[in-house]
Write a protein of this length. Structure first.
Lengths: 142, 304
């Protein structure tokens, strides 16, 4: 299978296999009108299998959430067909509409239109808490 | 920028001391404050019943010369029609200058604070936060002890579900030389996050116990109720309930200047006979609650 190399754009590499569609949705990539390639189950020496997303445009996407989903994901910024920048990911201070609060006593359990916001409470242990009720996030297995 | 009070952590130790000093000045000279909030309105939005907190807020505003609007149950508000907390708060902010909100859902006062341009005070959100109770407790401690540092504080009863206990431990952990004795059945010990995130992270000495052997060294004893429904079986409840009831004989070895506190309402966890003991401070706490809320209203309305 051949997918064209991109000239100017972003490559998200080393995504855990099967998680690319979730990232596609979280980053709201469907709003883009440039070419977006999703490669699933690519062979990886490091992971065995991995997913890759190629975005054929340099755009302003908030990639910080990827630090929560998978610190192993690599972000390559491509200029003129070369990797111009490799961005390292760190835990974002806030994650919005990615995790759902499981606390039935939380206001978000009855007011569904509220954003689901989790704030980093403990960077050392990667603990996020609901902004409203402070219940700890139950980590999805990404 | 407006300031809200959602959690006790929203206030620095300096701001807490400022509120304590204002409250003490109100106690010393109430006439000086009786017109401070003239033409100002407090909205008490109580989506669940409360006696002490709502009346305390209302009495506080009335004694500052302001007036009060609001409701005391969700059924009496548009929440019964499905209105969101944010919309209710935004609407009320058109009529009032400051809001005190109690809500059964955790985080509701924060939603209100984000939605409206006037200060919002959390008057209790489920089992989560109740910062004005903590301020009440702090004023009581300060008035009785004259300091916050170097105190040995015992908490007794249901330490797992008691939000007042968690908030007061968090608040007192910021002061030097404070230590805690946590007296409870094993099933009702403080949650892990209080132990790890507050006590251990800050290197605060504490002891968890099921007996009263540490009573003689306590400066403060904070009682809470052990509720039958918190136990997994009736036998454990029956075995333990009397252990955590404060009686005169348990006070025999206590310090003469011990300060006995309770957030109230009390059921049977403090014997009525203890009320006559000069060390019983729980009804003083109620009165202090009004004074500290007066100080808080003044601060959030930026009235000097």
């Amino acid at each position: 299978m051949t997918i064209d190399s991109i000239i100017n754009g972003i490559v998200l590499d080393h995504i855990p296999a099967g998680k690319s569609m979730e990232i596609y949705k979280i980053l709201n990539l469907s709003r883009l009108d440039c070419q977006v390639a999703i490669i699933k189950n690519a062979v990886s020496r490091k992971l065995g299998r991995k997913d890759i997303i190629k975005i054929d445009s340099i755009l302003d996407v908030d990639l910080s959430v990827l630090g929560y989903i998978g610190p192993g994901i690599t972000v390559n910024i491509v200029h003129d067909g070369r990797i111009a920048e490799k961005r390292s990911l760190s835990l974002p201070d806030e994650v919005r509409d990615v995790i759902r609060c499981k606390n039935p006593r939380c206001i978000t359990s009855v007011e569904q239109e509220l954003p689901q916001v989790f704030c980093l409470a403990d960077r050392e242990h990667g603990v996020y808490r609901c902004k409203y009720c402070e219940a700890p996030a139950e980590r999805e297995k990404y | 920028m407006k300031k809200d009070l959602i959690s006790i952590s929203d206030l620095s130790t300096g701001e807490i001391m400022e509120l304590i000093h204002t409250a003490q000045d109100i106690i010393a000279d109430p006439d000086k404050y009786c017109e401070k909030c003239r033409r100002k309105k407090l909205a008490t939005l109580f989506f669940e019943p409360s006696t002490r907190t709502r009346l305390s807020f209302e009495a506080a505003m009335l004694e500052l010369g302001g007036s009060v609007i609001g409701f005391s149950q969700a059924a009496a508000s548009s929440a019964a029609k499905g209105e969101s907390v944010a919309d209710t708060a935004r609407t009320v902010s058109c009529y009032a200058d400051i809001i005190a909100m109690r809500h059964p859902k955790e985080g509701a006062p924060l939603v209100a604070a984000e939605a409206c341009p006037i200060p919002v005070i959390n008057a209790g959100d489920g089992g989560h936060n109740h910062p004005t109770q903590t301020l009440t407790d702090l004023l009581t401690i300060y008035r009785e002890k004259g300091r916050f540092d170097h105190l040995k504080i015992g908490f007794c009863g249901d330490l797992k579900f008691g939000r007042t206990v968690h908030s007061l431990i968090t608040a007192m952990s910021r002061y030097e030389g404070v230590s805690f004795v946590l007296i409870s059945p094993e099933e009702l010990r403080v949650p892990d996050y209080i132990r790890t995130d507050v006590l251990e992270r800050n290197g605060i000495p504490y002891k968890e116990t099921e007996n009263w052997s540490d009573m003689p060294g306590l400066d403060i004893l904070y009682m809470t109720r052990v509720q039958r429904e918190r136990f997994f079986n009736e036998a454990d409840y029956l075995r333990l309930r009397d252990v955590f009831i404060l009686t005169e004989d348990k006070l025999a070895g206590a310090r003469p200047d011990l300060c006995i506190m309770h957030p109230l309402p009390r059921v049977n966890e403090i014997a009525r006979a203890v009320d006559a003991d000069p060390r019983a401070c729980y009804f003083k706490q109620v009165l202090n609650g009004k004074f500290i809320r007066m100080a808080l209203i003044l601060k959030l309305l930026r009235i000097g």
